[in-house]
Design a protein around this ligand. Structure first.
Ligand code: DGY
Length: 319
């Protein structure tokens, strides 16, 4: 008998084909989000679950999972929706999908940076709404990023690819990370041991670290005050990193020129008070949303499940 695998959201056809070929697969073709109780109920008769960041595996959900469930093989690099300690204590493996979404997410970081710096949303709305009735050299003037300093917070895989893309715009790369990375990966980027030092020097600050108790709310009033007047914030990582009230204060006071955000504290939906501002460029958490990357994420999650049922250590084990 094949192991039973629950796929909690609608994935690509190629991923559905592979999981249905290799496992007794339970698919969610309606793509309905399972709430806590339904998630617990649906996990009762399965050997593996392949969820997205939309399914929250809190300690109490994990406590209610059956003994037969061996792995939570996430279709995401971020695993802040899973209580890793609780999973480990219960003997359930947890995996993620690193690497395969770095290019796609770095592209969205560039889109957010340029959209914020060059007033992309404001201009788009003006043309669409028929309000573009004027042009002058002083009209819709934004900030140029070429030759400026890009400050990367979290120089993991996505941070490094984002740095490469920013180099393509002629930006000088600075970064803050828990540890300095190897010189061949640094490619001349300037390491700042101290986050404040990075914030003080960067013209654009782009967040690429995971949401943990230590990083939650790290971009608060004090952090925005440290940033250069007129700087830009980009967040394609997790909404929890940013204190959105503090961000709104920094955007309305003019301390920040603009922000480009793909992630929010409340998802889906975002923050209506942020949406009301002109100097924000907003996207609905689509960092990894390309067909190529969606296939690759699904396959990577399945590689991890395959390893577990073949008695091997999964390549992307995080707990
Ligand atoms: C990730 O992989 O963490 C993305 O945010 C999509 O969930």
């Amino acid at each position: 008998m094949k192991p039973v695998v629950l796929v909690t959201r609608r994935l690509t056809d190629a991923v559905h084909e592979r999981v249905s070929r290799d496992y007794d697969a339970i698919l969610n073709m309606e793509d309905r989000v399972f709430g806590r109780d339904e998630l617990i109920a649906r996990c009762q008769d399965v050997d593996a679950v392949l969820p997205c960041h939309s399914e929250v595996f809190s300690a109490d959900v994990i406590a209610a999972l059956p003994k037969r469930l061996k792995v939570i093989a996430n279709h995401s690099v971020g695993v802040d929706h899973v209580d890793l300690k609780a999973a480990k204590a219960k003997g359930i493996m947890v995996t993620n999908t690193p690497d395969v979404l770095s290019d796609a997410t770095a592209e969205i970081a560039m889109l957010c940076m340029l959209g914020a710096a060059r007033r992309g949303s404001e201009g788009d709305r003006m043309v669409r709404e028929g309000r573009w009735n004027f042009w002058s050299p002083a009209f819709m003037v934004g900030r140029q990023v070429s030759g400026k300093r890009m400050g990367i917070v979290g120089m993991g895989r996505v941070g490094q690819v984002t740095a490469d893309r920013a180099r393509g715009f002629g930006m000088e790369i600075h970064y803050h990370n828990r540890r300095r990375i190897a010189p061949e990966l640094e490619k001349g980027a300037v390491f700042h041991d101290d986050l404040d030092a990075l914030l003080e020097t960067a013209d654009v600050v782009s967040l690429h670290c995971p949401a943990t108790p230590e990083t939650t709310g790290m971009m608060n009033d004090a952090a925005f005050e440290r940033m250069k007047p007129g700087a830009i914030l980009v967040n394609t990582a997790r909404g929890a990193l940013v204190d959105e009230d503090a961000l709104i204060r920094a955007l309305t006071s003019g301390q920040l020129f603009a922000a480009g955000l793909d992630v929010f504290r409340t998802e889906p939906g975002g923050n209506p008070r942020l949406s009301a501002l002109e100097n924000v460029f907003l996207l609905p958490h689509i960092g990894s949303a390309t067909s190529e990357t969606r296939d690759a994420m699904g396959f990577r999650a399945l590689d991890n499940i395959d390893a577990v049922f073949a008695g091997r250590e999964p390549g992307d084990r995080v707990a």
